[in-house]
Design a binder for this molecule. Structure first.
Ligand SMILES: [Zn+2]
Length: 348
């Protein structure tokens, strides 16, 4: 390796900020972390200095603990200056969780894509005490193991409102092609898709910063999932379209600030990997579909490793996503198995 040149892919800050602390990435741009109670145990949030107030990017899941940490951050690294704006990259609870709290308790404006806001508010209002039949039907169609389905049915369903603070009416819409000013910079708004619909990313015109949410992560591949809301969705197509579009904006000098894991440099390499990962997974899957298989039969082929308990749900929705893609592109046919599962088989 050429010793004078830094490697093309690197993590300039190998250590994340401690709880309640911030790392300054560039002038007026702070990186902070909040905990998540799952295998992926944290989410990155950012604060951008707008002079008389802060713009916060993403907010963590809603809990007393995360709001306590936010209060520490606001009194500490944010130096008591108000949070005037909250930008959410996408509607998932680890990103939108405390947005409503910032709005109703701190008077902040919420900025998001229309789809992210509609999804977040719709799901927050949709509180279910019992499993909706559509969800059970979706699980059966995916071939969810009967013992896992039975265990789920014995528990109260996950509700979005469990981890998302009530969202008041009102938001400021951002859309593809917009320019937003934050931390003394103009940022191009480019919408991603696939991990979440209309997922916002921000590309500084004035320096080399990119705020990528979960559309672009450094060391894990963002989950592409299909849900009972839209059982025939093809998020793999959405993902590939978005990544190929965003790939054209990638430069080797950009510092990417993602929703999880570490900030990184080396976006052209990473975009290539993110795209190729899914082409590779689709090819392996198609190769394996010489005999009919349900989504739940495809884990090892797709993920190249066995799936443990806590990962089962994410693995299942991602397997359905890849099978739906092969189905929509005409590479496979599908039929109902006796237990109600769709099974997929290669054509010809
Ligand atoms: Zn996330």
């Amino acid at each position: 390796m050429d010793g004078a040149r830094p490697p093309a892919f690197r993590h300039p800050w190998p250590e994340p900020p401690a709880p309640g602390q911030a790392t300054e990435i560039a002038e007026g741009v702070l990186w902070m972390r909040l905990p998540l109670p799952m295998a992926l145990d944290h989410v990155n949030v950012y604060a951008l200095d707008d002079g008389d107030g802060w713009t916060v990017i993403d907010t963590g899941i809603s809990s007393k603990k995360t709001r306590g940490l936010w209060s520490d951050l606001m009194a500490g690294p944010l130096a008591g200056k108000p949070v005037a704006r909250v930008v959410v990259t996408h509607h998932h609870p680890d990103h939108v969780g405390n947005a409503g709290w910032f709005q109703s308790e701190h008077g902040a404006d919420l900025v998001s894509s229309r789809t992210a806001w509609l999804f977040a508010r719709m799901l927050t209002l949709d509180v279910q005490e019992n499993w909706p039949e559509e969800t059970l039907e979706f699980y059966r169609s995916a071939g969810m193991a009967p013992e896992i389905l039975a265990r789920r049915m014995s528990e109260r369903p996950f509700n979005f409102a469990d981890t998302v603070y009530p969202m008041p009416l009102g938001f400021v819409r951002i859309k593809q092609g917009d320019v937003i000013r934050m931390a003394g910079r103009d940022w191009d708004v480019h919408m991603g898709n696939g991990h979440a619909p209309e997922h916002a990313t921000f590309w500084s015109r004035d320096d080399n910063l990119v705020i990528s949410g979960d559309q672009i992560l450094s060391s894990i591949s963002p989950n592409l999932g299909v849900y009972a809301t839209e059982p025939m969705a093809d998020p793999v197509s959405d993902w590939l379209e978005a990544c190929e579009r965003l790939q054209r904006l990638a430069r080797p000098d950009q510092v990417v600030l993602p929703g999880h894991k570490l900030p990184f440099v080396g976006l052209p390499i990473r975009m290539k990997q993110l795209i190729e990962n899914h082409h590779g997974a689709l090819a392996r899957l198609l190769d394996d579909l010489d005999a009919p298989k349900a989504a739940s039969d495809c884990f090892v082929t797709l993920f190249k490793r066995p799936i443990r308990g806590g990962e089962y749900g994410l693995a299942l929705v991602e397997a359905v996503a890849h099978l739906n893609h092969l189905y929509h592109t005409g590479a496979v046919t599908r039929a109902r198995r006796e237990d109600g599962a769709w099974v997929y088989q290669r054509k010809g």
